[in-house]
Write a protein that binds this ligand. Structure first.
Ligand SMILES: [Zn+2]
Length: 377
């Protein structure tokens, strides 16, 4: 039997189309909406009034129209109609960020709280989150949820830490946090949240291998615009691929994993900051340059192996991305060229577009995405 669309569905569909058009174009006039969506002026006017009344959109100054010399009222969405919170849990600190419907930072803060798997720690972190939310001065119902970016693998339902050796928190349940918070809560693997940020910053991105080069190494495979987690939740855990049989011990207990060659922890000496290290590298200080070249050579080896498995774009992201320059990319390309049997085009290695706060923002974004994709906006 042929299903028919009810008048109510058409109405809802028009509202959705208009909201999406305003969201995408940021600032538009009634005429723009009517013309581009092929909707009658009365339909547009009625929907705009209803959405303005619901607080979803707002009048936002004036805008030039196609008619010379005439300006029309402009409409924008209300960006903080809904807000999401991203929290990054690290060994010695907790970072929080609040983002609006465009995924833009509203506010962020960092607390020096050392991780421990104890009730008092979870309570302290949640108190700080509530304090942070309170400082935003926003109504409770505007908060969509809180995403916790963890240095560990997460179960597909985002409720439990599947493998958390760095923080020794394997088996941790989200309820340890959510019992203190009146909002939906979920975990996300930090490498995945970095990749989510990347997808957000580059909507045209559909397939890529994302490498998170930060204090620890991580990766995420982006396929058809989504992140692959795999049958058991440990896809793309490249950090534990054995690379150096006589290398240093990895936190997983094995020897010479990629982690031990390609993490910031392995690159920098004890008290060295990345700023200080890269200043020496760019001034061509011999010992720093030598360390950097070894790091880049290992990175080339890793990328080459992964590229042979999955022929796609590689995005170099994470904390290190902000320090990478074209010269480094050329160096890696040259090394790969010497290793690979194929004549590689120089077009598959890219530097992340979103190195700043990418992990905490990426933890917040899934709630925003769910809201924007909900049928009854
Ligand atoms: Zn390992």
């Amino acid at each position: 039997m042929k299903s028919s669309i009810t008048p109510n569905q058409i109405k809802q569909n028009n509202r959705r189309l208009i909201y999406d058009f305003i969201y995408k174009n940021r600032k538009v006039s009634q005429q723009d909406i009517s013309y581009n969506l092929r909707l009658s002026r009365p339909t547009v006017t009625t929907n705009l009034a209803a959405m303005e009344n619901d607080g979803l959109i707002q009048k936002n100054g004036q805008i030039d129209t196609e008619f010379v010399g005439r300006k029309a009222a402009a409409y924008s969405i209300v960006p903080d109609y809904r807000i999401s919170i991203g929290t990054e849990i690290l060994k010695k600190e907790v970072k929080m960020i609040a983002v609006n419907l465009y995924g833009e930072k509203i506010s962020r803060t960092t607390y020096g709280i050392t991780f421990e798997c104890s009730g008092s720690y979870f309570k302290t972190v949640c108190d700080k989150i509530l304090e942070f939310i309170n400082s935003l001065g926003t109504a409770d119902e505007r908060i969509l949820g809180i995403g916790f970016a963890m240095q560990g693998l997460v179960t597909p339902d985002k409720q439990t830490i599947l493998y958390g050796e760095i923080l020794s928190c394997t088996g941790l349940s989200i309820t340890e946090f959510s019992r203190h918070l009146p909002y939906p809560c979920s975990f996300i693997h930090d490498a995945d949240s970095a990749a989510v940020s990347e997808l957000w910053a580059s909507p045209e991105l559909t397939d890529a291998f994302y490498l998170s080069l930060s204090r620890h190494l991580g990766a995420a495979i982006i396929s058809k615009g989504t992140i692959l987690s795999g049958k058991h939740g440990h896809s793309s855990t490249i950090e534990h691929i054995p690379m150096q049989p006589d290398g240093p011990k990895c936190y997983c207990g094995r020897i010479g994993c990629m982690e031990t060659l390609l993490s910031l922890t392995s690159l920098l000496s004890e008290a060295e900051t990345p700023d200080c290290f890269f200043e020496k590298v760019r001034q061509k200080e011999p010992s720093a340059l030598n360390r950097w070249n070894i790091f880049l050579t290992n990175l080339a080896k890793a990328v080459n192996i992964l590229h042979l498995v999955y022929d796609t774009d590689f995005i170099l992201g994470g904390y290190l991305a902000q320090y990478l320059c074209e010269e480094d990319i050329a160096f890696i390309h040259d090394k790969i060229q010497q290793m690979t049997p194929f004549a590689e085009a120089h077009d598959f290695l890219l530097i992340s577009k979103m190195p700043k706060h990418n992990i905490s923002i990426g933890a917040a974004l899934p709630y925003i995405q769910t809201f924007l994709n909900s049928p009854d906006i």
